[in-house]
Design a protein around this ligand. Structure first.
Ligand SMILES: [Zn+2]
Length: 135
């Protein structure tokens, strides 16, 4: 009695196996949604002026990914007052991304922990691996 239902289940399972491949081509901003940042005290220190940033505040994030790895590395967090407008020194062989996001405390019910995460990230600048070779 529900042959169409079981067909649908097969299709969904097939898409799920492509999930990891799909993540690579997802919009960059989407990759940073929910990324954990900051200290166990649920604050982030501005890399430049040492201001404390917490839940609900905006933050500027600089991250990079080398061509060899799929992982993004969080290099710097800055307060809005110290946020650069653009990437001034692109890294050769790496994708650099500059984005702004809002900080939010997310609760992990299982671990009974709170984490400071990025929400609503917006990419403001992006450099590609070849951008470091300008000459
Ligand atoms: Zn600052």
């Amino acid at each position: 009695m529900g042959p169409s239902d079981s067909d649908a289940g097969v299709v969904i399972a097939g898409e799920a196996t492509h999930g990891s491949d799909h993540a690579v081509v997802a919009p960059v901003a989407q990759l940073f949604t929910g990324l954990r940042v900051g200290l166990p005290s649920l604050t982030v220190r501005c890399h430049r002026c040492d201001a404390r940033l917490g839940d609900g505040e905006c933050v500027s994030v600089y991250a990079y990914r080398t061509v060899e790895t799929p992982d993004w590395h969080l290099a710097q967090c800055r307060c809005p007052g110290c946020a650069p407008d653009e990437i001034t020194t692109p890294t050769l062989g790496a994708t650099d991304v500059l984005l702004t996001a809002r900080l939010a405390v997310v609760s992990d019910a299982d671990a009974q922990q709170h984490s400071l995460c990025l929400t609503d990230p917006t990419v403001t600048d992006l450099s590609r691996p070849q951008d470091g070779t300008r000459n």
